[in-house]
Design a protein around this ligand. Structure first.
Ligand SMILES: Nc1ncnc2c1ncn2[C@@H]1O[C@H](COP(=O)(O)OP(=O)(O)OP(=O)(O)O)[C@@H](O)[C@H]1O
Length: 608
């Protein structure tokens, strides 16, 4: 990594203190309720630097008189967007319609850079004035729920809107160029892609800008002729269809996609990947997972397909290891323009504003008992700090799909019929058909489903405003995964969220790194009583490098597959009898489609 210069550190502190000051001076009602978000800024240990520049502070001289600061001033209020950056009143109105008057720290810091660009850039040992708006690339690491989505969407919409304005001035009957997308946003899951597109639609209101989610079978722009794809207005509706040359062409200005869907759309029949010359903005949301081996090949292929010299790339996440940052920088090398790295708050740390609980359960059976206690509506609420029930809605994370299904089968009837029974609890994983995934997400957002049992599919980016808690039924496979899973609660500085991690004897070697991220963030927050006490830290062994790697790749060994990886309090005799009964009911045609799917889960369980 490139060293942080005194200059950049000074500048950063200046920015941070100005931002913090403006926050305390004129807090919006929304942020007033969430002071921790501000504290994170106060305690920002960060760097704002151009990693591509060779910093030699003593020898530096300025190409011009330096009468300005190195970086643009932070944004203090969304209203400034119009006056300082020429953002259209329509767009500012749409932003204000969200109900936020004040930008969050990540928005405050990154928006000026993305909208205006750095005031100066380093070139050949000299600082040169940078023409405003010239492309800079960004690597941003900021806590979960800190408003990164709006931070990357606003510059895209502003630039698009300005381009449209210029075009309309030249030719009043012209429409925006539709020879391919103007912006592409990559996200690791369909659920997150829909969420981003929905946020974008709120910004796009009355602007004529179109934003779509890339789904199976869609093709891009006018690279080939074809029927235009329907623009999607639905929340989490998914299209399904095979990719073929006659498939509908999506002509939206902003495309949101998983790397695989994008790559499929860019692939010609002969296997080659078409160039996207139209794209000016490429955003990698949850960039560290997109560059993880799981998605790396597809993500890099999509990045390489973007060949415009004016392309501006930005990468965003709450966690990013130094090796991923290096990979990100190498990905940016072919694109002209400086790269900035912005870190808000403590890097890779869990939210200190939520309550973190590590609960030792000894065995798998113990975990099930502990979970049932959390679910029990009669137990005292976790909010009163006594043990132990968790107020819905909440998420339960398991290590594998098979375990999510099995846990669902186990808990399905635990919610009393009077409270809605089995309809209140669902399993969501990638084996479900798209439509069912969308339906579960929509029902959860509407409050009809209270508990979702899921895998790490839902660990990243998803924003449920009222989520009260997260249960790690199975320990996460890395500290970063813990940060993201726990970060589904306590969004936008909201307090009262709970993250419970149940662990058994088999998990003991893996709990220390989770305990560390919790303690570090709480210490930085100045908490006197830490969620993980010293005595527990002393009991937790430090895992070897190999054990950590193994855990990250495959999860805890005992839960990967096979009989011992299953979750149940029922004997196999009971389970088989139950499956038989279900089958008989199915034969009588009394079970609907969703019940049939549940039965399939049971069969899987019985087969194991
Ligand atoms: N300026 C603001 N003031 C108050 N709330 C905001 C502001 N900007 C965004 N939010 C809200 O904060 C919540 C979290 O935002 P967002 O989903 O963008 O977080 P994120 O940083 O991308 O989190 P993650 O790392 O988990 O993906 C959302 O509900 C969003 O509407």
């Amino acid at each position: 990594m490139h060293p942080c210069t005194d200059q950049s550190i000074l500048e950063l502190h200046e920015i941070i203190s100005t931002v913090a000051h403006s926050f305390t001076a004129t807090l919006s009602t929304n942020l007033l309720q969430h002071p921790p978000l501000i504290d994170e800024t106060h305690q920002c240990h960060g760097s704002l630097q151009a990693p591509n520049a060779v910093h030699e502070p003593e020898q530096e001289s300025f190409g011009e008189e330096k009468d300005d600061s190195l970086y643009p001033s932070p944004l203090r209020a969304f209203k400034e967007l119009s006056a300082h950056y020429g953002i259209s009143a329509k767009l500012v109105k749409n932003i204000l319609n969200y109900g936020y008057q004040m930008p969050t720290p990540v928005q405050s810091t990154t928006l000026p850079l993305l909208l205006e660009g750095p005031a100066y850039r380093h070139h050949g040992k000299k600082w040169h004035r940078h023409s405003p708006g010239t492309g800079s690339h960004l690597i941003t690491i900021a806590p979960t729920g800190s408003g990164k989505t709006l931070a990357f969407l606003i510059p895209i919409f502003s630039s698009l809107y300005q381009e449209r304005y210029v075009q309309l001035k030249e030719n009043p009957s012209s429409t925006l160029k539709e020879d391919g997308p103007y912006a592409v946003v990559l996200a690791p899951t369909k659920e997150l892609a829909y969420q981003i597109a929905n946020e974008g639609r709120k910004l796009a209101l009355n602007t004529g800008i179109r934003i779509s989610v890339m789904t199976k079978g869609m093709r891009i722009g006018s690279t080939r002729d074809g029927e235009e794809a329907e623009s999607e207005d639905n929340d989490e509706e998914t299209g399904a269809g095979k990719c073929n040359p006659n498939a509908p062409v999506v002509k939206s200005h902003v495309l949101v996609s998983t790397p695989m869907a994008m790559l499929n759309a860019l692939r010609e029949e002969d296997g080659s990947v078409i160039d996207l010359k139209s794209t000016r903005f490429l955003v990698l949301d949850e960039a560290d997972i997109l560059l993880d081996p799981l998605f790396r090949e597809q993500t890099i292929a999509v990045c390489k397909a973007h060949t415009s010299p004016s392309l501006r790339v930005s990468l965003w996440s709450a966690t990013m290891s130094s090796s991923i940052q290096e990979l990100a920088e190498s990905l940016l090398t072919p694109h002209p323009g400086p790269t900035f790295r912005i870190i808000i708050g403590l890097q890779d740390s869990a939210l200190p504003t939520i309550s973190h609980k590590l609960t030792y359960c000894a065995t798998e059976q113990g975990k099930l008992l502990a979970l049932r206690q959390l679910l029990a509506p009669t137990a005292p609420s976790s909010r009163s700090n006594a043990t132990q029930s968790l107020r819905p809605p909440f998420l339960i994370f398991t290590q594998t799909i098979a375990r999510a299904k099995a846990l669902h089968a186990e808990l399905r009837y635990d919610i009393p019929a009077a409270a809605g029974g089995s309809s209140r609890i669902a399993a969501l994983h990638s084996e479900l058909p798209d439509r069912m995934r969308s339906r579960i997400m929509a029902d959860f957002r509407r409050g009809e489903i209270w508990v979702i049992i899921t895998t790490d599919l839902m660990a990243r980016g998803l924003d449920f405003a009222g989520l009260n808690g997260v249960v790690n039924y199975d320990v996460p496979n890395s500290a970063a995964t813990y940060v993201h899973r726990a970060g589904r609660t306590g969004r936008a500085g909201r307090e009262g969220g709970v993250a419970v991690t149940l662990f058994t004897e088999a998990d003991v070697p893996y709990v220390r790194s989770i305990a560390n991220v919790i303690r570090t963030s709480e210490k930085a927050e100045g908490k006197e009583v830490l969620s993980v006490p010293d005595w527990l830290m002393e009991c937790l062994p430090a895992p070897s490098k190999q054990a950590k790697k193994d855990l990250k790749l495959h999860g805890v060994k005992e839960r990967r597959s096979g009989k011992e990886a299953m979750i149940s309090t029922k004997s196999s005799y009971d389970r088989r009898a139950r499956v038989k009964k279900m089958e008989m009911r199915g034969a009588k045609g009394r079970v609907g489609k969703s019940r049939a799917l549940e039965d399939k889960d049971d069969q899987g369980e019985a087969a194991d």
